[in-house]
Structure formats: C-alpha cells, structure tokens
Design a protein. Structure first.
Lengths: 226, 111
C-alpha cells in the first residue's frame, strides 16, 4: 500500500519530487500499488523506491533514475524508458510490453518473469542491434531475433530469465565530415575535440574509430581557421 | 581531400548532425519548451561565461532529446556551468566551420 504523502508529493511533479528526495535522502519512497496519474516523469529520481505493482502504463520516464528500485509486478506497458537507469532494479514480473528501453541501463537488473513482448529496443530512429549477447547471459537464450534486416528484436517469453551485467546499446554508424583545403592540423583537432565532447555529453561514451585524412599539402597553414 | 570521421550511436549522430553540422541549411532552433524552462538560468550563464544563450539552449535541448536526464541537466547548470559553456563553445566552433566553408559536407553511413 502506497504512502499517501509520497503519492501527494509525486502529484506535484518531477521538480518537487526530486527536491523532496534531495531533502529526505533517508526516506524510502513507498508508491507500491499506486495508480500514478502523473505521466510526465522524465528525469525523476526513483532510486531505491518501492514501486511494486504500481500502475505506470505509458509513463514518460526518459532518463529516470530507477537504480535499485523495486518494480516487482509494476505495469510499465508502453512506457518511455529511454536512457532510464535500472541498475540493480528488481523488475520481476514487471510488464514492459511495448516499452521503449532504448539506451536503458539494465546492469544487474532482475527481469525474472518480466514481460518484454514487443519491448522496443529500437525506437523510431534508434536501432538497437548490439545487445551484447555475451553479457546478457541467461537472458540471451530467450531472445528471438526477428530478423537482422530490420534490426529489431522481439521478446516473447522471458519467464525465469535473469539479466546480469547487461546493457543495451544502439546501432552504430559513421559520421563523415569533409573539410576545405587547405585546412590547418590545429583546426582539425579542434573540430575533433568539439565533436567528441558534444557526442560524449549525450552518449556517455566517446566517439570511436576516428579516421583522419589530411590530403592537402598546405595542411599546416592556418588559412581556413575560423 | 580532407576528411575526418567517427563511429557512434546512430540516433545521436543523426540528431547531432542536424543540430550542429547543418551545412548550407538553417540551424535547427531549440524547442520553445526549453527556452521557457531554461532560458532564465541559461541567460545568466551566458552573461557570466560570455557564450551565446542560443548555443546553451541548443546544448540543453540536444542532451534532453538524447536521453540525458533532467536531473543531470540541473546538476550541470548548478555545479558545472563551465562544462556547459564549453559545450556551447564547441557548438559555436562547429557552426562557424559550417558557415565559413571549413566543413564542406557531412554524411552519415551505416556501419
């Protein structure tokens, strides 16, 4: 049974909730069994919270912190969980049908008996085809590859599965920039640095596999510097 | 030919290229919601750090659109506004390179 006071605080929105969490670090939020009406919960701090059997279908939980949260039997059907942090969360028997888990961190999360049928690890623009099967351990055996061509994965039956040290990543692509000639080496490296910092701020990882081709004999002059 | 390329997550790079590497195209403006929500506090950072407010809004919009939690954004604003200003400076550098012809073309290839 949820704590009425905690439900009331949540109804005031994410900012009020997160502030309350900050002011009450020792309080374990109890939202178990609550029918949570507030759907805009992007970035919320549910770390360690008890959300067992709570009703959150269609909730917007992008980037939410659900580390160590109890989500046993929680209804997260078609929830937006992109970038959510489920590290060590207990998602046993949670309903994640049709949920968008793109970029979600499921390290050490317990997904025993969770319903992941048609859980979308791809998203409309982001294809998730690198599930790092070797790290999905027992869970991997229950994956049904719906076809390499479209890069989608469907989950029919994950009863008894357990995800350990798993994470989800996205399909990679290569971004190529053509630069004017001549261009200074210094400027090339400034551009590289800018690209990498901007990318890693969003992706929590650095760009990989850099290829630099400086084809101009005048590459060392500064005429192209902005 | 001078060329640089990197590998990364497709969804982020696609968004990234539209926002920060639009060669010969109108820049994608930050959403109105971001402007309303963060305009005030980012305006202060822009003045203090001598960076363009628009660039700061671009950065926050980009981060939120790509799954960075609001909590992290608030923390960045409150505790690491220098990092935010640095990213705005990076976006500005790329914008200048796109407008002055240093970056002549941007392509994305499937890996």
């Amino acid at each position: 049974m949820a704590d009425a006071e905690h439900v009331a605080i949540l109804s005031r929105g994410v900012v009020a909730w997160n502030r309350w969490r900050q002011d009450n670090p020792d309080t374990v939020p109890d939202l178990s069994g609550a029918n949570i009406k507030t759907k805009k919960l992007d970035g919320i701090n549910f770390r360690g919270a008890d959300l067992g059997c709570a009703m959150l279908p269609g909730a917007k939980l992008k980037g939410a912190n659900l580390e160590g949260a109890s989500l046993v039997g929680t209804d997260l059907m078609e929830a937006d969980l992109r970038g959510a942090w489920f590290s060590r969360a207990n998602l046993e028997r949670a309903n994640l049908m049709g949920a968008d888990l793109k970029n979600a961190d499921l390290q050490g999360a317990n997904l025993e008996g969770a319903i992941l049928y048609r859980a979308d690890l791809e998203g409309t623009e982001c294809v998730c085809n690198s599930l790092w099967f070797e790290m999905l351990m027992g869970f991997a055996g229950r994956l049904i590859d719906a076809g390499e061509s479209d890069g989608e994965y469907y989950f029919d039956d994950v009863a008894g599965s357990f995800v350990e040290n798993s994470f989800v990543t996205t399909r990679s692509c290569r971004l190529e920039l053509e630069l004017s000639e001549p261009v200074s080496t210094g400027l090339v490296y400034r551009v590289l640095g800018a690209l990498n910092r901007l990318y890693s701020a969003a992706a929590s990882e650095e760009l990989t596999g850099p290829i630099i081709q400086i084809g101009s004999p005048g590459a060392e002059d500064d005429t192209a510097s902005p | 030919m001078n060329r640089i390329s990197f590998k990364g997550a497709r969804n982020i790079l696609e968004d990234f290229s539209v926002r920060f590497l639009s060669v010969g195209a109108e820049r994608m403006p930050p959403s109105e919601e971001i402007r309303v929500r963060y305009g005030g506090v980012l305006g202060s950072i822009a003045s203090r750090r001598s960076v363009e407010l628009e660039r700061l809004l671009d950065i926050v919009d980009f981060l939120l659109a790509n799954g960075v939690g609001e909590e992290s954004i608030v923390r960045m604003i409150e505790e690491n506004d220098g990092d935010l200003a640095g990213l705005a400076g990076d976006a500005e550098l790329l914008a200048v390179c796109c407008s002055n012809g240093t970056i002549t073309d941007v392509k994305i290839f499937e890996e």
